[in-house]
Design a protein around this ligand. Structure first.
Ligand code: ACM
Ligand code: ZN
Length: 761
């Protein structure tokens, strides 16, 4: 190269070296480590990662961990950091293990100064978490898988000494009700690693499908993984043993143990559909296509059942290095065992007092199989029934009682009570959120969970291994919905598990989450953003309307009144609206990063009381036209050529069963007690008032009505039409709802269910 060019080049380099600092985005300002470290002291100055920064890995044992982070950092920064043994005087990240550190096995110390970073782990795991903390101290964009050029890779100087409070920091995932593809599971594992969690409890077998390949029993996946949905199509999904190995390797690289769950003796219809000979009745069966618990379970009387389960376990243990193996054990109905000759014979032979002791016998036989493989058995708290197997650990889910009992008996426990740890619960109003199984657990409630029950003395408390979020996927129809339910509540549980109680604080957690949400954006995680809640989608009024919105946690709301979609720059909602005329509100929540929730549209309608009809009716109730057939959408009833009039004078709505699908059209009059604004709620397919289609749930999973409306009605009789399709959509049988309409006057807290005496025809 010519000297002239060299001079020019070095001039350009010197310009680059003195490049002005890039603006620090608001969510990157300050410290925002999650989970909060247990000791953190802020110091002056920053350390800057550049393409010249070297990683000092003095020993082989940290090399694999270091390589993982070097690869990750390269994606977002574009820097390929060199790894070497000698420590330079500056611009280094030194990583080592000191097994003498005064911390537990996963602990680490971290010190950053302007010249370098020193990370010491008690073990490889400690090193991994120390390096995660380093990422957490860098701008959120470090999590990008694309090159980022608009941030400086600066990291504040701090001194941290940190270790987890609990050993079991887990996430459970049911992949049976709905299948979660390998790539989506990897996204969860990335999140677990980022938030220092270490257990992935993989729920692989169910009444609704068997998902793991077992080479000796190919029908488990060929038949047992597939169900015909109520809508008529086939649903399935399996993991080959190669898929399993891929997941386990991915998790292991991230210090996560994958704990397999093979359910027994109940929740086994997937297996029994493929191999009905291991049931009490011999079948035949179909993989269950509705939610809930199946009465057909593994037969406890047949030796062949145990041989089958031993064979399955033989294959499964070779795939999972985890010290724990989950055997389920929950919700095993005893109906079949009570009338099965072989089960009863077994009880007699073994001197078992009842079917609960038979369950205990079952579990204890499996315990021996697992012990022979060097595995620790863990199961849901029903394994306490009839006597707990000696070496078993218990996962307490029906509240804390099972956990308290097991820990008192000296067994290890993982606390996963529903009120705090069930991430399938609603986290906002059911009227606004996608349909869920029920329950209500806010981020704050998950964050507030204390895994050590008061009832345990300090010695017993040592048996509490930690907590985990349980993710049952009945109402998580897509991988995106799984993410929506799981995050950010799982991250609250990550902090519950890692951070000592005295170092926790919900408000501080929320502040830190502003930055974490951006990290999750970089992983395309579809986390929940609180929705504007309060009014239904149609708000009727006669004089003045007051329309107030709230959110489940403090978050900015923005709105428009001109029908356009709100943006982060739209007007901020600061106080209730007052309207004296019709209006359309479009409103959404917006995070610090500018990320928006989905928006809601609320129609505000000025009305006069709709006049009642002057009609004479002679009978109570509604006239019902009825036709048999599997009608999924309302339009399908156009195919009906003959409707039968049903005499409802004797029967209750209990006569609907999902085994006999049907459609009903009800007509008649609803008696409104006084002039007023009435809000209606129903899980019916359609609800007409006069000629107006007031509520339309056509095609939805009609578990919890999402389409309430209000309307101004005068006292007296109002014509109604109800369309009720007794079908199964999304695993929920409409027969379980029945054709019910609920209403309340504005201002009333409770809804009233319209009964026969409210109707006439
Ligand atoms: C469970 O939720 N059935 C363990
Ligand atoms: Zn039996």
């Amino acid at each position: 190269m010519k000297l002239k060019n060299l001079v020019a080049l070095s001039f350009i380099f010197s310009l680059l070296a003195c490049a002005p600092p890039k603006p620090v985005k608001s969510y990157n300002q300050g410290l925002h480590i999650v989970p909060q470290p247990n000791s953190l002291v802020e110091q002056e100055g920053v350390f800057k990662i550049t393409d010249k920064t070297v990683i000092v890995a003095s020993t082989e044992d940290v090399k694999a961990v270091v390589d993982f982070f070097v690869g990750k950092i390269e994606l977002s920064t574009g820097y390929t950091l060199a790894t070497q043994v000698e420590k330079p005087s500056k611009n280094f990240v030194s990583v080592s293990i000191d097994s003498q550190l005064d911390l537990n096995e996963e602990g680490y110390t971290f010190q950053s100064t302007p010249s370098g970073i020193e990370i010491i782990g008690k073990s490889e795991k400690g090193v991994f978490y120390g390096l995660q903390t380093m990422l957490q101290l860098l701008p959120a964009e470090i999590e990008s898988s694309q090159l980022v050029t608009d941030v400086d890779w600066n990291l504040p100087c701090v001194e941290i000494k940190d270790e987890p409070r609990f050993k079991w920091r887990g996430m459970h995932l049911d992949v049976c009700r709905h299948f979660v593809p390998v790539e989506n599971i990897k996204k969860h594992l990335d999140m677990l690693a980022m938030f220092k969690m270490n257990k992935f409890h993989w729920h692989l077998t169910e009444d609704q499908g068997w998902r793991i390949e077992i080479k000796k029993y190919p029908l488990l996946t060929e038949m047992g993984s597939k169900r015909i949905e109520g809508e008529g199509h086939e649903y399935g999904g399996v993991y080959s043993q190669e898929d399993v190995k891929e997941i386990v390797a991915y998790a292991t690289e991230r210090m996560i143990d994958v704990v397999p769950e093979i359910e027994l003796p109940g929740h086994a219809l997937g297996a029994l559909t493929a191999y009905p000979e291991f049931s009490c009745t011999g079948g035949p069966f179909k993989v269950r296509n509705i939610w809930g618990v199946e009465p057909d379970v593994f037969c406890a009387g047949k030796e062949e059942t145990f041989k089958f389960l031993e064979d399955v376990i033989d294959e499964v243990v070779t795939l999972f290095p985890s010290e724990y193996f989950h055997i389920g054990g929950d919700e095993c109905p005893k109906d079949r065992w009570k009338v099965c000759k072989l089960c009863q014979k077994r009880m007699k032979q073994e001197g078992l007092a009842d079917e609960h002791e038979l369950q205990s016998y079952f579990v204890q036989r499996i315990e021996k199989v697992l012990l022979a493989h060097g595995k620790k058995m863990i199961g849901w708290d029903e394994i306490l029934e009839g006597g707990l197997a000696q070496s078993a650990a218990v996962m307490s889910w029906r509240g804390e009682k099972g956990g308290i009992e097991a820990a008192s008996q000296g067994h290890d426990v993982v606390m996963t009570p529903g009120n705090w740890c069930y991430l399938d619960h609603y986290q906002g109003a059911s009227h606004n959120e996608p349909v869920a199984i029920g329950g209500y657990t806010t981020l704050e409630e998950s964050y507030g969970y204390e895994p050590v029950p008061k009832e345990l003395d300090p010695e017993m408390a040592k048996h509490v291994l930690g907590t985990q979020g349980n993710v049952w996927t009945e109402y998580m129809y897509t991988p995106e919905l799984v993410e929506y339910r799981v995050y950010p509540r799982l991250i609250a549980l990550a902090e519950v598990n890692w951070t000592q109680k005295s170092n926790k604080g919900y408000d501080h957690f929320l502040q830190r989450m502003d930055n974490q949400f951006v990290r999750m954006d970089n992983h395309s995680i579809n986390y929940h953003i609180p929705l504007p809640e309060g009014p239904s989608n149609r708000v009727a009024f006669t004089d003045v309307a007051e329309v107030e919105f709230t959110t489940t946690r403090p978050v900015k709301m923005v709105y428009t009144l001109d029908g356009t979609e709100p943006t982060a720059q739209s007007s901020e909602y600061t106080q209730p609206f007052r309207f004296t005329d019709d209006a359309t509100i479009r409103i959404a929540s917006v995070l610090k990063s500018g990320k928006m929730s989905t928006d809601r549209t609320v129609k505000v309608v000025k009305e006069v009381f709709k006049p009642a009809e002057e009609v004479k009716t002679t009978k109570e109730g509604l006239k019902e036209l009825y036709a048999e057939g599997n009608f999924i959408r309302v339009a399908d009833i156009e195919k009906v050529t003959q409707w039968d009039e049903k005499d409802n004078s004797k029967k209750s709505s209990k006569h609907y069963s999902y085994e006999n699908p049907s459609a009903s059209i009800f007509t008649g009059y609803l008696e409104i007690p006084e002039d007023g604004i009435y809000e209606f709620q129903t899980n019916l397919d359609q609800f007409f008032l006069g000629d107006d289609l007031l509520i339309n749930n056509d095609g939805e999973v009609k578990r919890f009505s999402r389409n309430n409306v209000s309307i101004a009605l005068a006292k007296g009789k109002h014509a109604v039409k109800l369309i009720f399709l007794n079908n199964i959509i999304g695993g929920w049988p409409q027969a379980w709802n029945g054709p019910k309409v609920h209403f309340r006057q504005v201002g009333e807290e409770k809804f009233t269910t319209a009964t026969k005496s409210d109707y006439s025809f």
